[in-house]
Design a protein around this ligand. Structure first.
Ligand code: B12
Length: 222
Protein backbone atom coordinates (compact mmCIF):
# COMPACT_ATOMS: atom_id res chain seq x y z
CA UNK A 1 0.00 0.00 0.00
CA UNK A 2 1.42 3.42 -0.92
CA UNK A 3 1.85 6.10 1.80
CA UNK A 4 -0.87 8.10 0.01
CA UNK A 5 -3.25 5.24 0.84
CA UNK A 6 -1.91 4.12 4.23
CA UNK A 7 -1.27 7.55 5.81
CA UNK A 8 -3.19 10.05 3.65
CA UNK A 9 -3.64 12.53 6.52
CA UNK A 10 0.12 12.86 7.08
CA UNK A 11 0.90 13.03 3.35
CA UNK A 12 -1.71 15.79 2.99
CA UNK A 13 -0.47 17.75 6.03
CA UNK A 14 3.06 17.88 4.56
CA UNK A 15 1.73 18.65 1.08
CA UNK A 16 -0.33 21.52 2.52
CA UNK A 17 2.69 22.77 4.55
CA UNK A 18 0.66 22.30 7.74
CA UNK A 19 3.58 22.20 10.19
CA UNK A 20 1.64 21.65 13.44
CA UNK A 21 -0.72 19.15 11.84
CA UNK A 22 2.12 17.14 10.30
CA UNK A 23 4.21 17.04 13.48
CA UNK A 24 1.33 16.04 15.72
CA UNK A 25 0.40 13.27 13.25
CA UNK A 26 4.01 12.00 13.31
CA UNK A 27 3.89 11.99 17.11
CA UNK A 28 0.53 10.23 17.34
CA UNK A 29 1.58 7.61 14.75
CA UNK A 30 4.75 6.94 16.75
CA UNK A 31 2.75 6.63 19.98
CA UNK A 32 0.36 4.23 18.22
CA UNK A 33 3.37 2.03 17.45
CA UNK A 34 3.42 2.51 13.67
CA UNK A 35 6.60 1.59 11.79
CA UNK A 36 8.88 4.69 11.82
CA UNK A 37 10.08 3.84 8.30
CA UNK A 38 6.48 3.86 7.06
CA UNK A 39 5.94 7.24 8.76
CA UNK A 40 9.08 8.55 7.08
CA UNK A 41 7.87 7.20 3.71
CA UNK A 42 4.64 9.20 4.17
CA UNK A 43 6.68 12.35 4.87
CA UNK A 44 8.73 11.68 1.71
CA UNK A 45 5.55 11.26 -0.32
CA UNK A 46 4.36 14.64 0.99
CA UNK A 47 7.70 16.19 -0.06
CA UNK A 48 7.26 14.77 -3.56
CA UNK A 49 3.85 16.45 -3.79
CA UNK A 50 5.40 19.73 -2.61
CA UNK A 51 7.96 19.40 -5.42
CA UNK A 52 5.15 18.82 -7.93
CA UNK A 53 3.30 21.91 -6.69
CA UNK A 54 6.51 23.91 -7.06
CA UNK A 55 6.86 22.64 -10.64
CA UNK A 56 3.24 23.58 -11.33
CA UNK A 57 4.00 27.04 -9.88
CA UNK A 58 1.42 26.57 -7.14
CA UNK A 59 4.22 26.97 -4.58
CA UNK A 60 7.22 29.31 -4.63
CA UNK A 61 10.69 28.84 -3.17
CA UNK A 62 9.34 29.76 0.27
CA UNK A 63 7.13 26.64 0.01
CA UNK A 64 10.18 24.45 -0.57
CA UNK A 65 11.95 26.06 2.38
CA UNK A 66 8.93 25.52 4.62
CA UNK A 67 8.61 21.89 3.48
CA UNK A 68 12.30 21.33 4.17
CA UNK A 69 11.88 22.67 7.70
CA UNK A 70 8.80 20.53 8.42
CA UNK A 71 10.59 17.43 7.12
CA UNK A 72 13.66 18.18 9.25
CA UNK A 73 11.48 18.48 12.36
CA UNK A 74 9.62 15.27 11.49
CA UNK A 75 12.92 13.39 11.14
CA UNK A 76 14.02 14.74 14.55
CA UNK A 77 10.87 13.23 16.08
CA UNK A 78 11.47 9.94 14.27
CA UNK A 79 15.21 9.76 14.97
CA UNK A 80 15.08 7.85 18.30
CA UNK A 81 12.80 5.21 16.78
CA UNK A 82 14.97 4.95 13.66
CA UNK A 83 18.21 4.72 15.62
CA UNK A 84 17.31 1.72 17.77
CA UNK A 85 20.10 -0.50 16.49
CA UNK A 86 23.40 -0.47 18.29
CA UNK A 87 26.30 -2.19 16.60
CA UNK A 88 29.51 -2.99 18.44
CA UNK A 89 31.78 -3.21 15.42
CA UNK A 90 31.95 -0.75 12.52
CA UNK A 91 30.15 -2.03 9.43
CA UNK A 92 32.45 0.06 7.22
CA UNK A 93 33.52 3.61 6.42
CA UNK A 94 31.41 5.77 4.13
CA UNK A 95 32.47 9.05 2.56
CA UNK A 96 29.32 11.06 1.87
CA UNK A 97 28.46 14.47 0.46
CA UNK A 98 26.19 16.51 -1.80
CA UNK A 99 28.02 17.44 -4.98
CA UNK A 100 29.18 20.92 -5.95
CA UNK A 101 26.36 23.22 -7.06
CA UNK A 102 23.72 21.50 -4.96
CA UNK A 103 22.76 22.52 -1.41
CA UNK A 104 19.99 19.95 -0.77
CA UNK A 105 20.91 17.99 2.33
CA UNK A 106 17.78 16.52 3.86
CA UNK A 107 18.06 13.22 1.95
CA UNK A 108 21.82 13.09 2.49
CA UNK A 109 21.37 13.63 6.23
CA UNK A 110 18.77 10.90 6.32
CA UNK A 111 21.13 8.50 4.56
CA UNK A 112 23.86 9.49 7.03
CA UNK A 113 21.57 8.82 9.99
CA UNK A 114 20.46 5.43 8.63
CA UNK A 115 24.04 4.39 7.82
CA UNK A 116 25.15 5.40 11.32
CA UNK A 117 22.29 3.49 12.91
CA UNK A 118 23.40 0.42 10.90
CA UNK A 119 26.90 0.62 12.30
CA UNK A 120 28.75 2.51 9.56
CA UNK A 121 31.20 5.30 10.30
CA UNK A 122 30.10 8.21 8.12
CA UNK A 123 32.44 10.99 7.06
CA UNK A 124 29.94 13.64 5.97
CA UNK A 125 31.49 16.41 3.86
CA UNK A 126 28.28 18.48 3.79
CA UNK A 127 26.86 20.18 0.72
CA UNK A 128 28.24 21.91 -2.37
CA UNK A 129 31.38 19.76 -2.16
CA UNK A 130 33.93 20.32 -4.97
CA UNK A 131 35.13 17.21 -6.85
CA UNK A 132 38.75 17.66 -5.64
CA UNK A 133 37.61 17.64 -2.00
CA UNK A 134 35.96 14.24 -2.47
CA UNK A 135 39.23 12.88 -3.85
CA UNK A 136 41.40 14.50 -1.14
CA UNK A 137 39.20 13.06 1.59
CA UNK A 138 39.08 9.66 -0.15
CA UNK A 139 42.88 9.64 0.17
CA UNK A 140 43.00 10.70 3.81
CA UNK A 141 39.92 8.86 5.13
CA UNK A 142 40.27 5.61 3.13
CA UNK A 143 36.54 4.88 2.97
CA UNK A 144 35.03 1.57 1.82
CA UNK A 145 32.36 3.32 -0.28
CA UNK A 146 31.83 6.86 -1.58
CA UNK A 147 28.22 8.10 -1.63
CA UNK A 148 27.26 11.17 -3.66
CA UNK A 149 23.93 12.92 -3.34
CA UNK A 150 22.44 15.17 -6.02
CA UNK A 151 18.91 16.49 -6.53
CA UNK A 152 19.15 19.16 -9.19
CA UNK A 153 19.91 18.69 -12.86
CA UNK A 154 22.23 21.72 -12.95
CA UNK A 155 24.63 19.79 -10.66
CA UNK A 156 24.68 16.54 -12.68
CA UNK A 157 27.76 17.72 -14.56
CA UNK A 158 29.69 18.30 -11.32
CA UNK A 159 28.62 14.84 -10.14
CA UNK A 160 29.98 13.39 -13.41
CA UNK A 161 33.29 15.22 -12.91
CA UNK A 162 33.46 14.01 -9.29
CA UNK A 163 32.92 10.38 -10.33
CA UNK A 164 35.51 10.76 -13.06
CA UNK A 165 38.16 12.11 -10.66
CA UNK A 166 37.40 9.41 -8.08
CA UNK A 167 37.75 6.70 -10.74
CA UNK A 168 41.07 8.15 -11.88
CA UNK A 169 42.27 8.13 -8.27
CA UNK A 170 41.26 4.52 -7.61
CA UNK A 171 42.77 3.30 -10.89
CA UNK A 172 46.06 5.05 -10.10
CA UNK A 173 46.17 3.76 -6.52
CA UNK A 174 44.61 0.32 -7.22
CA UNK A 175 42.12 0.77 -4.39
CA UNK A 176 38.67 -0.76 -3.99
CA UNK A 177 36.40 2.27 -3.89
CA UNK A 178 32.87 1.70 -5.18
CA UNK A 179 30.95 4.88 -6.01
CA UNK A 180 27.26 5.01 -5.18
CA UNK A 181 25.05 7.88 -6.27
CA UNK A 182 21.55 8.77 -5.13
CA UNK A 183 18.87 11.41 -4.90
CA UNK A 184 15.27 11.74 -6.02
CA UNK A 185 16.04 12.75 -9.61
CA UNK A 186 18.53 9.96 -10.38
CA UNK A 187 17.53 7.27 -12.88
CA UNK A 188 19.35 4.56 -14.84
CA UNK A 189 19.92 6.75 -17.91
CA UNK A 190 21.58 9.37 -15.77
CA UNK A 191 23.76 6.76 -14.06
CA UNK A 192 25.15 5.81 -17.48
CA UNK A 193 26.02 9.44 -18.19
CA UNK A 194 27.53 10.01 -14.75
CA UNK A 195 29.52 6.76 -14.89
CA UNK A 196 28.90 5.74 -11.26
CA UNK A 197 29.18 2.09 -10.22
CA UNK A 198 25.89 1.90 -8.35
CA UNK A 199 22.80 3.96 -7.67
CA UNK A 200 19.81 3.99 -5.37
CA UNK A 201 16.86 6.35 -5.08
CA UNK A 202 15.91 5.24 -1.60
CA UNK A 203 18.21 5.75 1.39
CA UNK A 204 17.44 2.33 2.85
CA UNK A 205 18.36 0.67 -0.46
CA UNK A 206 21.60 2.65 -0.23
CA UNK A 207 22.30 1.19 3.21
CA UNK A 208 21.68 -2.37 1.93
CA UNK A 209 23.96 -1.71 -1.03
CA UNK A 210 26.73 -0.41 1.27
CA UNK A 211 26.46 -3.58 3.37
CA UNK A 212 26.78 -5.68 0.22
CA UNK A 213 29.73 -3.69 -1.15
CA UNK A 214 31.65 -3.89 2.13
CA UNK A 215 30.92 -7.65 2.36
CA UNK A 216 32.21 -8.14 -1.20
CA UNK A 217 35.38 -6.29 -0.34
CA UNK A 218 35.89 -8.36 2.80
CA UNK A 219 35.44 -11.65 0.94
CA UNK A 220 37.84 -10.50 -1.83
CA UNK A 221 40.45 -9.59 0.80
CA UNK A 222 40.43 -13.11 2.26
C1 B12 B 1 13.18 20.99 0.28
C2 B12 B 1 13.63 21.37 -1.12
C3 B12 B 1 14.50 22.45 -1.25
C4 B12 B 1 15.13 23.15 -0.05
C5 B12 B 1 16.32 22.28 0.43
C6 B12 B 1 16.54 22.34 1.93
C7 B12 B 1 17.62 21.40 2.35
N1 B12 B 1 18.23 21.72 3.48
O1 B12 B 1 17.93 20.39 1.72
C8 B12 B 1 15.59 24.51 -0.68
C9 B12 B 1 14.51 25.53 -0.49
C10 B12 B 1 16.91 25.09 -0.15
C11 B12 B 1 15.67 24.14 -2.17
C12 B12 B 1 16.38 24.88 -3.08
C13 B12 B 1 16.32 24.64 -4.46
N2 B12 B 1 15.60 23.68 -5.08
CO1 B12 B 1 14.71 22.24 -4.16
N3 B12 B 1 13.52 20.96 -3.50
C14 B12 B 1 13.17 20.65 -2.27
C15 B12 B 1 12.14 19.50 -2.32
C16 B12 B 1 10.73 20.05 -2.12
C17 B12 B 1 12.33 18.39 -1.32
C18 B12 B 1 13.72 17.76 -1.32
C19 B12 B 1 13.83 16.87 -0.11
O2 B12 B 1 14.46 17.21 0.87
N4 B12 B 1 13.10 15.73 -0.16
C20 B12 B 1 13.03 14.78 0.96
C21 B12 B 1 14.28 13.90 0.94
C22 B12 B 1 14.20 12.89 2.05
O3 B12 B 1 14.29 13.24 -0.30
P1 B12 B 1 15.61 13.17 -1.22
O4 B12 B 1 16.45 14.34 -1.03
O5 B12 B 1 15.20 12.76 -2.60
O6 B12 B 1 16.39 11.97 -0.52
C23 B12 B 1 15.89 10.64 -0.50
C24 B12 B 1 16.47 9.77 -1.58
O7 B12 B 1 16.63 10.46 -2.79
C25 B12 B 1 17.73 9.27 -0.97
N5 B12 B 1 19.01 9.93 -1.26
C26 B12 B 1 19.33 11.22 -1.32
N6 B12 B 1 20.63 11.36 -1.58
C27 B12 B 1 21.15 10.12 -1.67
C28 B12 B 1 22.44 9.69 -1.91
C29 B12 B 1 22.69 8.32 -1.97
C30 B12 B 1 24.07 7.84 -2.23
C31 B12 B 1 21.63 7.39 -1.78
C32 B12 B 1 21.89 5.95 -1.84
C33 B12 B 1 20.34 7.84 -1.52
C34 B12 B 1 20.12 9.20 -1.47
O8 B12 B 1 17.57 9.35 0.42
C35 B12 B 1 16.40 10.03 0.78
C36 B12 B 1 15.45 9.09 1.47
O9 B12 B 1 15.16 7.97 0.73
C37 B12 B 1 12.38 18.95 -3.77
C38 B12 B 1 11.21 18.21 -4.40
C39 B12 B 1 11.44 16.74 -4.50
N7 B12 B 1 10.51 16.09 -5.09
O10 B12 B 1 12.44 16.19 -4.08
C40 B12 B 1 12.82 20.21 -4.51
C41 B12 B 1 13.70 20.09 -5.75
C42 B12 B 1 14.78 19.04 -5.56
N8 B12 B 1 14.30 21.42 -5.83
C43 B12 B 1 14.40 21.86 -7.03
C44 B12 B 1 14.94 23.12 -7.39
C45 B12 B 1 14.83 23.51 -8.86
C46 B12 B 1 15.57 23.93 -6.44
C47 B12 B 1 16.27 25.28 -6.70
C48 B12 B 1 17.15 25.34 -7.98
C49 B12 B 1 15.17 26.35 -6.71
C50 B12 B 1 15.64 27.77 -7.04
N9 B12 B 1 15.02 28.30 -8.07
O11 B12 B 1 16.49 28.32 -6.41
C51 B12 B 1 17.12 25.44 -5.41
C52 B12 B 1 18.51 24.77 -5.58
C53 B12 B 1 19.59 25.47 -4.89
C54 B12 B 1 20.88 24.65 -5.03
N10 B12 B 1 21.91 25.21 -5.62
O12 B12 B 1 20.95 23.53 -4.57
C55 B12 B 1 13.86 20.87 -8.06
C56 B12 B 1 14.98 20.16 -8.83
C57 B12 B 1 14.55 19.91 -10.26
C58 B12 B 1 15.69 19.41 -11.09
N11 B12 B 1 15.50 18.26 -11.69
O13 B12 B 1 16.70 20.04 -11.21
C59 B12 B 1 12.97 19.94 -7.15
C60 B12 B 1 12.87 18.48 -7.65
C61 B12 B 1 11.57 20.60 -7.12
C62 B12 B 1 10.88 20.54 -8.46
N12 B12 B 1 10.06 19.52 -8.69
O14 B12 B 1 11.07 21.40 -9.28
N13 B12 B 1 14.94 23.01 -2.42
Amino acid sequence: MSPDQSMPDLVTAITELDEQGALSLVQSRLQAGDDPFAIMAACEAGMRHVGERYEERLYYLSGLIMAGEIFREAVELLRPALETRTVAQSAGRILLGTVQGDIHDIGKNMLSMLLTSHGFVVIDLGVDVPPEVFVQRAITEQPDVVCLSCLISSAFESMRVTVDLLKTHRAAEHVYLPILIGGGTIDEHLVGYIGADHWAVDAMDGVRLCHRLVAERTSNDR
